[in-house]
Design a protein around this ligand. Structure first.
Ligand code: FCB
Length: 469
């Protein structure tokens, strides 16, 4: 059955600065925490870094042409903070501003809307040297950065997204140390979560201060779809505990102006939450025009039964998870056909989270700001309709179809979904997994930076151009 999307449904593709730009020493840019992290041994599985990545810093024209060929209406990209402010409390770097102005103008002439994320994980190293997200100062600096961007880019930006997946910044950056800055300290993790929330609120105010109420503002969360492995009360409690730290810690303050008391209670041995100052929740709770949801897979959870309930084993169990206070939560191994990331495929999870969020926040538009899958692609010589090599990626095509259909089902069930962004336009630097995992609907040959079509790119082109699935 063919499903037709609403007339102004926005089809887009997504990337992030550190994953695609390269040119880390050009245009006055100074190191971000990812440059530093990549230099440490053992942090990135293939020992690589984003130093060159897809070289989009130099190749954005070609990439925008690809977007036009795909027929997408929007590009979700992020700005590298240390290109704009290379030095601590230093002046705005005009070269950085000019670079993004060129990109944004090229998008405008191509008729492609810019959905701009202010922070997709590449914190300036000089801010990490002062405590990073564990320090309140970073949230204040973020507001200043947001204000500068709003002044510089104005209406060239269609939608402003404050943060991408603060879950990852806080828990992978400061909880299990899998991501930059590679810290493992739950007290800093909780402080980071709060300061990310605060940074979001301060940035929304700063952008509105410059552009007024007409500015469209959003945040992107990777809301986890946790399913209880059974209907036993203890498994449902495990799901609720996981939800609390995965989702409620962002949704509560940003959309409801409160932290669920259970979050504080569950972490009282870790932190007294003294970093929450009077008035913070009002700042964090700003009206938003859109909630971005990144979705890849689901998790089945059950209560962990600890054979040994000593303090040491409780702490060890808790530290098995990037989120604090998870000692009673056991995540089951994923089942079914897994992607190259080892993630399960459950398109119903996307449908369910969209419907749930729409019911919980009526009137708030939602967008799927990332969705996609990694597979071990192989290149075949010849066969692309545009000439040259092609990648036949039936698994990625199937994943794409199933998830776009899940979005259609959610809309049918009443969810207010305004757009869908494929992750990713290009294969790119997949953080701690380096270049070993390919999420692109267009392949990148890292030897020569050639862009190679995949069947999934061709399929997405059909979907975007026809507005149907
Ligand atoms: C998300 C990130 C994005 C990309 C995908 C696969 O968590 O936002 O940058 O790495 O996962």
């Amino acid at each position: 059955m063919t499903y037709t999307f609403p007339p102004n449904f926005l089809w887009g593709v997504a990337t992030a600065s550190y994953q695609v730009e390269g040119a880390i020493q050009e245009g006055g840019r100074t190191p971000s925490i990812w440059d530093t992290f990549c230099e440490q041994t053992g942090t990135i599985s293939d020992g690589s870094s984003g130093a060159v990545a897809c070289d989009q810093y130099h190749r954005y024209i070609e990439d925008i042409e690809l977007m036009q060929e795909l027929g997408v209406g929007a590009y979700r990209m992020s700005i590298s903070w240390s290109r704009i402010f290379p030095e601590y409390q230093g002046p705005v770097n005009d070269e950085g501003v000019q670079h993004y102005l060129r990109v944004l103008r090229a998008l405008r002439s191509a008729g492609i809307k810019a959905v701009v994320t202010l922070y997709h994980w590449d914190l300036p190293q000089y801010l990490q040297d002062r405590g990073g997200w564990a320090s309140r100062e970073t949230a204040v600096a973020f507001a200043q950065y947001a204000q500068v961007l709003a002044r510089a880019f104005g209406d060239l930006v269609d939608t402003w997204t404050t943060l991408n997946e603060p879950w990852c910044s806080a828990y992978l950056g400061y909880g299990n140390g899998m991501h930059a800055p590679g810290i493992r300290d739950y007290e800093q993790t909780l402080a980071a979560a709060h300061h990310l929330n605060l940074a979001h609120g301060l940035a929304v105010k700063a952008i509105r201060g410059v552009l007024g109420q007409n500015a469209k503002i959003s945040v992107t969360l990777n809301l986890q779809v946790n399913r209880a492995a059974s209907d036993k009360p203890e498994d449902i409690a495990a799901k609720q505990r996981a939800d609390l730290f995965a989702n409620e810690i962002w949704l509560g303050p940003m959309l409801e102006g409160r932290y669920d008391d259970k979050i504080m209670q569950a972490t009282k041995e870790i932190s007294d939450w003294g970093f929450v100052q009077q008035g913070d929740l009002e700042i964090i709770h700003q009206s938003l025009d859109n909630l971005g949801i990144n979705y890849y897979s689901t998790a089945y959870v059950k209560q962990r039964h600890m054979s040994d309930s000593s303090e040491a084993s409780r702490i060890a169990a808790s530290h098995a998870n990037p989120m604090p206070a998870q000692e009673y939560v056991e995540v089951l191994p994923p089942t079914g056909q897994l992607t190259a990331m080892g993630w399960n495929q459950e398109p119903e999870g996307l449908r369910d989270i969209l419907v749930e969020m729409s019911q919980r926040y009526p009137g708030l538009a939602l967008a799927v700001t990332e969705n996609g899958s990694a597979w071990d692609d192989e290149v075949e010589s010849g066969g692309s309709p545009f000439g040259g090599e092609i990648v036949h990626d039936p698994e990625r095509v199937a994943y794409l179809d199933a998830h776009v259909r899940a979005v259609a089902e959610a809309i049918d069930l009443g969810a207010a979904v305004s757009g869908y962004f494929a992750w990713s336009l290009l294969d790119n630097f997949e953080w701690s997994l380096g270049y070993s995992k390919r999420f692109g609907i267009i392949r990148v040959d890292y030897e020569n930076q050639e862009r190679i079509w995949k069947d999934s790119g061709l399929r997405y082109r059909e979907i975007a151009r026809s507005n149907t699935v």
